[in-house]
Design a protein around this ligand. Structure first.
Ligand code: NAG
Ligand code: NAG
Ligand code: NAG
Ligand code: NAG
Length: 396
């Protein structure tokens, strides 16, 4: 009798303790959870029901410049940011006197001064212009966008190394701003200004992080299909689209945006900055938007979304452009993938595997197709710890 009483007592204790712990966890995390859920609901409501983001035009346009702009003379007002070039290659796109090369794609890789290795891996793999020219017959130009090293003590040495690197490869574009996370919008503006000034004839423009893999043969194929299609290579902005994203209000987050910078509950749609493609007409529109909009939002892909919205351009989703996602390593994926995020040393092996001409041959035909659909469904639709392409991508 006594023993069983004690046992009950012990059980109670454990029960009480777990309940207590659970409640404690709820109290500690509820605020975060609540914030997350509520901000998403608000953002979606805002995005889909209430607002068409008309406020962006009036809130972000820099008024005094606007009147000048209407006069059509950009040089009068200058640019909001006009950092000088420290390294530049005005002739990269073949702008040499009268000759203008027929460029299919200008690809800007957002790099940082000290990321020497990442740039080298890209040059050796998907960024090899002569490979793309000889194997695919496509003129693709790959350049790297950089600022200056933020640490004054290391800047000089890093800069010397950059100059040397550029002597060898001739593909760095550097402007005189600090290369920091909060200056990413300056890097975005650099890209659009460079395209406008030195490579306006490129039919497509791509912006990419330096830790992504781009399956250039698939991308070139896709772009050529677009050029041949009825609608043509116009009005295109394609990537992994974020729709109705709420601004992050938690102060400790890297992406924190305070209310006074952006008071509304959701951002206009934008493509993940990891990698997206524009047609030249859209790139020109974004350039014009950067001349009149206040670049105070330091998240570059959000600022891009604001520029696009005010110019009346909407992004399109492509299931094989990854956001943060990393593609599964499988031949049934290689046939379709365009970009994959989060690569470093594995870039070379992926490039070799994904561009091996024999890689698809055993997956052709009716049976091969069916098999690949099943494999893709397994790889993409089952729950995974790793973030990959969405399940929809299994069925294209
Ligand atoms: C912003 O202004 C541009 C040009 O004045 C216009 O084409 C566009 O529709 C406007 N955008 C919004 C969201 O009102
Ligand atoms: C940018 O600055 C350079 C000199 O620093 C000047 O020559 C150029 O005209 C400026 N461009 C614009 C569009 O303001
Ligand atoms: C780039 O491709 C060309 C042509 O296929 C090849 O000869 C060259 O070795 C490649 N360069 C690098 C750095 O891999
Ligand atoms: C961006 O670069 C400019 C020019 O170098 C610098 O003055 C500014 O402090 C930088 N901003 C940030 C947030 O790093």
């Amino acid at each position: 009798m006594f023993v069983s009483f004690r046992r009950i007592h012990k059980c109670r204790c454990v029960q009480l303790l777990t309940t207590g712990l659970f409640l404690y966890a709820m109290i500690v995390y509820w605020e975060e959870l609540d914030h997350h859920i509520v901000s998403h609901i608000k953002a979606y409501t805002h995005r889909y029901l209430i607002n068409s983001y008309e406020f962006l035009n009036s809130s972000f346009t820099i008024a005094s410049n606007h009147d000048h702009m209407k006069g059509g003379s950009h040089s009068l007002v200058g640019r909001i940011w006009n950092y000088s070039y420290l390294i530049n290659h005005p002739g990269k796109c073949g702008e040499d006197g009268k000759f203008r090369e027929n460029v299919l794609l200008l690809l800007f890789v957002k790099s940082s001064p000290e990321n020497f290795e990442q740039r080298q891996v890209i040059r050796d793999t998907w960024g090899n212009e002569s490979f793309i020219w000889s194997e695919l017959g496509a003129s693709v130009k790959v350049v790297f966008a950089l600022g200056i090293h933020p640490d004054v003590r290391r800047r000089y040495r890093v800069q010397l190394a950059l100059l040397q690197e550029d002597q060898t490869f001739g593909d760095l574009i550097q402007q005189n701003f600090l290369d920091t996370f909060h200056n990413l919008t300056a890097k975005l503006v650099l890209q659009f200004h460079w395209v406008h000034d030195y490579c306006p004839q490129a039919r497509f423009f791509m912006s990419a992080d330096d830790d992504i893999f781009v399956h250039l043969p698939n991308l070139v194929k896709y772009l050529r299909q677009l050029v041949r299609s009825k609608s043509g290579a116009k009005n295109l902005w394609v990537g992994h689209v974020h729709r109705g994203s709420p601004p992050v209000r938690q102060k400790h987050s890297k992406y924190h945006v305070p209310y006074d910078l952006y008071p509304w509950p959701s951002y206009p749609d934008y493509t993940a900055g990891a990698g997206y493609v524009l047609s030249s007409d859209v790139a020109a529109k974004i350039y014009h938007a950067t001349l009149v909009l206040n670049p105070s939002i330091y998240i570059d892909d959000v600022f891009m979304g604001i520029c696009a919205k005010t110019m009346g351009v909407s992004p399109q989703e492509h299931v094989y452009f990854s956001g943060e996602a990393k593609a599964p390593y499988h031949p049934c994926i290689y046939d379709h993938m365009i970009t994959s995020h989060g690569h470093a040393t594995d870039m070379s092996s992926l490039w070799e595997a994904a561009t091996d001409p024999t890689v698809y041959s055993s997956y052709r035909g009716y049976i091969g197709n069916l098999y690949c659909k099943a494999v893709r469904a397994m790889l993409l639709c089952l729950p995974h710890y790793q973030n990959t392409y969405s399940c929809l991508a299994a069925f294209v």
